[in-house]
Design a protein. Structure first.
Length: 213
């Protein structure tokens, strides 16, 4: 957060802030940051950055508002279709999985296809992000066995330490206690509030689907 305040446009400060806030489960602030980043990119006429930010915006919106996510994903697809930004394309496709979490019966199959493509592309961070999307899906469905399997895969993908906080987020989604020896992130607003935000995203999706548990 402190570093982002000093980055300026050249350092893509608003996009960095968006990346910080969605991890905290604060999609409202993440969306605001990404919208500011998109506007700034448009003002500077940088089409690649505009498309990249739009994919990130669609990802954040997909957690909180799957209906609005349709429009954001459509825009991301249009912007990306003119470019060759494989990483951002992966982000948009993962966002589509998040949008459909708890609804699409074929979501695990779609995720498996995308995971294979990620493996070929070499965009390693996307594999962990995809597994986190699957955790959200399983948490919404309260599919505990599937969730446990996905968390195990996620743990393997993050054992280097990169994106290790995804493990915590997965447990927050399902309101599960953290296993002993789990690496703990320093959450901006504290662990309790971050856990509550992620859990709320799950329960809100369940309420939207009429499957409250």
């Amino acid at each position: 957060m402190e570093a982002a305040g000093r980055l300026g446009w050249e350092g893509r400060h608003h996009r960095v802030l968006g990346d910080v806030w969605w991890v905290q489960g604060d999609m409202e602030r993440a969306e605001a940051a990404y919208l500011a980043a998109r506007s700034e990119a448009e003002e500077h006429g940088v089409v690649g950055e505009t498309a990249m930010v739009q994919a990130h915006l669609a990802f954040a919106v997909s957690f909180a508002d799957p209906l609005r996510a349709d429009d954001e994903l459509d825009l991301a697809d249009r912007l990306l279709s003119r470019l060759s930004l494989r990483s951002s394309e992966m982000t948009a496709r993962i966002a589509a999985l998040v949008r459909d979490a708890g609804v699409a019966a074929d979501l695990p199959d779609r995720a498996a296809v995308l995971l294979a493509e990620i493996g070929v592309s070499g965009i390693s961070y996307a594999a962990a992000k995809l597994q986190l999307a699957l955790c959200f899906h399983h948490a919404v469905l309260d599919a505990q066995d599937d969730l446990a399997t996905t968390i195990t895969l996620l743990r393997e993908l993050t054992q280097s330490g990169d994106y290790a906080y995804y493990i915590e987020i997965a447990h927050f989604m399902a309101d599960l206690p953290l296993p002993e020896h789990t690496a703990r992130a320093r959450w901006i607003d504290g662990e309790r509030q971050t856990r509550d935000r992620w859990r709320h995203l799950v329960t809100a999706r369940r309420s939207r689907l009429g499957t409250a548990r």
